[in-house]
Design a protein around this ligand. Sequence first.
Ligand SMILES: Cc1cc2nc3c(=O)[nH]c(=O)nc-3n(C[C@H](O)[C@H](O)[C@H](O)COP(=O)(O)OP(=O)(O)OC[C@H]3O[C@@H](n4cnc5c(N)ncnc54)[C@H](O)[C@@H]3O)c2cc1C
Ligand SMILES: *[C@@H]1O[C@H](CO)[C@@H](O)[C@H](O)[C@H]1NC(C)=O
Ligand SMILES: *[C@@H]1O[C@H](CO)[C@@H](O)[C@H](O)[C@H]1NC(C)=O
Length: 494
Amino acid sequence: MISYISFLALFFSFYTITPTSSTSLQDDFINCLHKHTNVDFSLEQTFFTPAKNVSLFTEVLESTAQNLRFLARSMPKPVFIFNPTDESHVQASVICTKKLGVHLRVRSGGHDYEGLSYVSEIEKPFILMDLSKLRKINVNIKDNSAWVQAGATVGELYYRIAEKSKVHGFPAGLCTSLGIGGHITGGAYGSMMRKYGLGGDNVLDAKIFDANVRGGGGASFGIILAWKIKLVTVPETVTVFTVTKTLEQDVGNKILSKWQVVADKLVEELFIRVMFKVAANNGSKTVTMSYNALFLGNKGMLMKVMKKSFPKLGLTRKDCVEMSWIESIVYISGFPSQTPTNVLLQGKSPLPKINLKAKSDFVMNPIHHSGLMGMFKELLKEDSPSMIWSPYGGRMSEVPEYEIPFPHRKGVIFKILYAHNWIRDIYSYMMPYVSSNPRQSYVNYRDLDLGQNTKNTESDFRKAQVWGAKIKSKVDPENFFRHEQSIPRLPVQG
Ligand SMILES: Cc1cc2nc3c(=O)[nH]c(=O)nc-3n(C[C@H](O)[C@H](O)[C@H](O)COP(=O)(O)OP(=O)(O)OC[C@H]3O[C@@H](n4cnc5c(N)ncnc54)[C@H](O)[C@@H]3O)c2cc1C
Ligand SMILES: *[C@@H]1O[C@H](CO)[C@@H](O)[C@H](O)[C@H]1NC(C)=O
Ligand SMILES: *[C@@H]1O[C@H](CO)[C@@H](O)[C@H](O)[C@H]1NC(C)=O
């Protein structure tokens, strides 16, 4: 209470000239918080407003926000940012925002492709609850499990597991700055998904707070405080490689065509994704395809597998690097080679912040030569397109599609991620080659075009949501947890 009063005194001595309605909103919120939690919080360290210190406010707002598109000055800003330091503060915040009738956005790692965790273009005013101070990780090797708070990054989780055991790991995202809270909710795929499935497939338990009761899940239903996850086994030595071919080096798309036939049928220990870029080529442009791989085994075993299943790539022993699983995490996420693994504790992305826009597709049949040629033409039209193909199969096709709300399972050969602003053209071009009726997308690659541009996706979107809507109507009948693409309630009958 003391800190609250002294804060107010300070506040009014400096800002008596322009009292705004947002000022009273903050006061009301703080007042209400104190009533609903017994665990004190320091206003200095948990509460950020433009009026108090605009540069600090901006620093906190931008800290984990990954998408430059939504950091523009013109974007709506939260009235204030609250960083809970205790789980009871999260609960109190939900109660208080509900009471005050103000909209709440929740952020864990800030990687939402449409910035929905820190910007709302439809709700005014809104406040931001940033969970970055709730990032405890408790690894229990004996029990093969870990409790991870929502604000921790996957990189920190991997590091904490590896710190305790060389033969344990967890199969979630490749980008190490992803937040556990927002990431696992939508699936969470990574380089071990062919062996162990998604992060979401390896969840044992969760602590969730919803507006009325406990239960449910996801940003449409409530707030994840922590996940209990199941650890998986990794070998002490794994092997990685990246082999890059230009269009000219892959005459007739022989290698890429073969990849499409074998990628989902290789041994489950082997994950080979293809990363497409456009590069300068002696005064003109070419497409480069990097075959970027993790093998859960040593070099000798990998060479045998490749010789038998994918000799076309021409992998040599020199291309292969043996390392520990945690080192492979650092390698695959794109840090420069030799970066020490404790970089993961910084929770930062190796990639610079850019204007992100993403779309995804699921491919059920190999794309034939003429289709690929047209695709390369689309790629070459752009300056810096980026596209990644990630193989499915293995464990991914064994998990039934009704097991968790992630239906892309058996029959998927690979998933396409298109990133950056060029994507709308290639997305139309690819339509005949990817899943249809409905054209499926990965929910974690948030894309506000979906359900807006075409009639087809809109009705599919609705169809797919009927099941979710039933649960939504049950656990969050007032639609407290909503955003631009949250699951709607069932229409009222009658
Ligand atoms: C550079 C980059 C790389 C990526 N790589 C991968 C990858 O390898 N594998 C993969 O599967 N996906 C990947 N993604 C997609 C990623 O899984 C999603 O963007 C995911 O939602 C990020 O979670 P977050 O906590 O970082 O995001 P946030 O922006 O914090 O949250 C995302 C959404 O979840 C909600 N949310 C956040 N925290 C909670 C919570 N505690 N409870 C309830 N709702 C919450 C937010 O309100 C928002 O709607 C990548 C995205 C980016 C930008
Ligand atoms: C405002 O925050 C910045 C950090 O972003 C800090 O350096 C500065 O001292 C703060 N100013 C005041 C008046 O507290
Ligand atoms: C680039 O093009 C020139 C002229 O066509 C040719 O002489 C040269 O060998 C090419 N270089 C490479 C690296 O292909």
